[in-house]
Design a protein around this ligand. Structure first.
Ligand SMILES: [Zn+2]
Length: 586
């Protein structure tokens, strides 16, 4: 055999071995789907782990014992399996799947699941490993381990248990950490009130989406909802409205067209103990509660209780219809207004340990300020030329007061109008414009443009035929528009660094029941959670819907959370056709 043929022989004789290797090798692509999409997910070759009906769990760090028990709590089912029609005539599907229980063990060798802190990892990064040795969830801090366990729940839901409740998980390694530090959702408990248990369920909905901020909208024209001990009338008077407008709310000359239900609403409010209970419940799920105390507008609830807060001091009523009210604005020309807010914020800071306090700032008509002697005197004294500066003056005084208590302020994008201190964080809601302007001038921003983040908007183009009984406004915000949201749009790389994150807002003028809240929130909250969490975003919407069907829909149905089925059952033909969405101007 000459050298040429010897070489050929060697090459040919190795081919079957290469082919066998190729056939036997595992693909690195995992069969599992996750929402939000993790940074990396890879299969572990030829490895798997048996998970019993009760998982022996070892917490290598004491701080993780509480994490394990909270995780176990998050897997308890609220509803019995089956399908029901809810109060708001939506369908609640509860699967008969049972996820494993958690049994803590103090012997690492007995454990199937091992939780640990890895100080070499970033504080919010976790690594989830499934192989023949078992399941390991390691994180930089306990919160990251908790998020890793949320991913584990999604993996477990993708495997069927045998008759003994045993599941076989395929080998996988997930490396993951969030894109933004602020991944939030707002619930409006003022227009309609939700019980402590319902608020806790909303917090659970955030937790399964790895979100970490609950923005609690607590004061409004239509009701003040938090107990303040120094000002008892806020809840005695301010938490009750005589009646509620039915259907569309007209204003101005058309006001007489309004139809009211004639049913008193309230008193509805949270006691300070209840609020503390909610703060603790959220904290166990690594969710910060940011309270919102509105000023200077949307204050009719407070003004009805204490008329001296307004410019004219006249008695006013808690609003019975939706809208923006010139009468709902407090007087920035009186010292008593500042005293009131400082007293209220003292109690608020005592209940809520959050670094940020939201002070509202949106939709505050300045009509009364123009004719109020006290407001005009203050403008003269301060050398202001426009009324908007009065709002900035109020904001800066309140900000200084909160800063002295070690807190920072967030306000809606209107706070930019009369000038804003560089330390204020701006929540951009009137489209992304406010956020872009704020980031360009160096203010930190939370993006929550109504165009992508307002979950009270219709999620189908056929709201009437599909029974999405809702607001008379026709804004259309389908799941895909949430998924495609780019919080960095129109920003340079440098300006993008000012974006702290984003938020889904659930306003409740037209959402009266909590199952309706769930229906409007899911699945769109999961799309926004993915935008907020996933660093490597793709524009693969079909892939996202596929992952939702594998990972998130079973999660919703495990817990019995009501969700809008349009995208999954094809009932919103407009969205299925993927035509260009035409949304009306706001
Ligand atoms: Zn005034």
């Amino acid at each position: 055999m000459n050298i040429f043929f010897m070489k050929m022989f060697r090459i040919l004789s190795t081919l079957p071995a290469i082919m066998i290797l190729a056939l036997g090798a595992c693909s690195t692509e995992s069969k599992y789907a996750l929402v939000p999409q993790p940074e990396s997910i890879e299969a572990v070759c030829c490895s798997s782990c048996k998970v019993p009906a009760s998982i022996p769990t070892y917490a290598a760090d004491e701080s993780l014992i509480a994490v394990a028990s909270t995780w176990a709590e998050t897997m308890t089912k609220t509803y019995a399996p089956g399908t029901d029609s809810t109060a708001a005539k939506h369908v609640r599907i509860v699967s008969d799947v049972v996820l494993p229980a958690v049994s803590l063990t103090d012997k690492a060798e007995d454990a199937v699941l091992c939780l640990s802190i890895d100080t070499t990892m970033a504080a919010d990064a976790y690594r989830l490993t499934v192989d023949k040795k078992g399941i390991q969830v390691a994180g930089g801090e306990p919160k990251a381990v908790f998020w890793g366990l949320q991913s584990l729940s999604q993996l477990l839901l993708q495997e069927k248990a045998d008759a003994q409740g045993v599941r076989k998980l395929s080998g996988v390694v997930i490396e993951d950490s969030p894109r933004f530090p602020h991944r939030g959702a707002l619930l409006d408990c003022c227009r309609h009130f939700f019980s402590v248990e319902e608020v806790k369920t909303f917090i659970d909905m955030l937790a399964i989406n790895k979100m970490n901020v609950f923005h609690w909208h607590l004061t409004e024209d239509q009701g003040w909802r938090i107990e303040i001990k120094k000002y008892p009338k806020l809840t005695e008077i301010g938490s009750v409205r005589k009646q509620t407008v039915a259907g569309r709310a007209y204003k101005g000359k058309e006001e007489e067209k309004n139809v009211y239900d004639g049913v008193p609403y309230g008193p509805f409010f949270y006691t300070q103990d209840e609020a503390r209970e909610i703060v603790a419940y959220a904290a166990a799920r690594f969710i910060t509660v940011i309270p919102e105390i509105e000023m200077p507008g949307h204050c009719l609830g407070a003004i009805a209780a204490y008329p001296w807060l307004s410019c004219d001091g006249k008695q006013k009523e808690v609003a019975c219809r939706w809208g923006v009210f010139a009468d709902g604005v407090v007087c920035p020309g009186k010292e008593s207004t500042y005293q009131f807010y400082e007293d209220v914020l003292d109690e608020i800071c005592d209940i809520f340990p959050s670094e940020y306090i939201h002070i509202g700032g949106d939709e505050a008509p300045r009509d009364h300020w123009k004719t109020c002697k006290k407001c005009q005197a203050l403008m003269k004294k301060q050398g202001f030329t426009k009324e908007a500066e009065l709002q900035s003056y109020l904001n800066s005084r309140i900000e200084a007061y909160l800063n002295a208590k070690g807190r920072k302020i967030i306000g809606w994008d209107e706070i930019l109008e009369g000038g804003v201190t560089p330390s204020a964080t701006v929540m951009s809601w009137r489209g992304p414009k406010g956020g872009i302007a704020a980031a360009k001038q160096g203010n930190h921003v939370i993006m929550t443009p109504n165009t992508n983040c307002y979950l009270d908007y219709h999620q189908t183009c056929n709201p009437d035929s599909l029974g999405e009984n809702l607001a008379p406004w026709k804004h259309y915000l389908p799941l895909q528009v949430c998924f495609e949201f780019n919080p960095f749009d129109q920003l340079s790389e440098e300006e993008s660094a000012y974006i702290n994150g984003l938020q889904a807002n659930v306003w409740c003028e037209f959402i009266k029941t909590f199952d309706h809240v769930q229906f409007m929130t899911l699945p769109r909250m999961s799309a926004l959670a993915e935008v907020a969490w996933s660093k490597h975003r793709t524009d693969d919407y079909d892939g996202f819907v596929h992952r939702m069907e594998k990972a998130m829909v079973p999660t919703y149905e495990y817990h019995g959370y009501v969700y809008a089925p349009y995208v999954f059952d094809g009932s919103d033909k407009y969205a299925v056709a993927k035509e260009k969405f035409v949304r009306p101007a706001h």
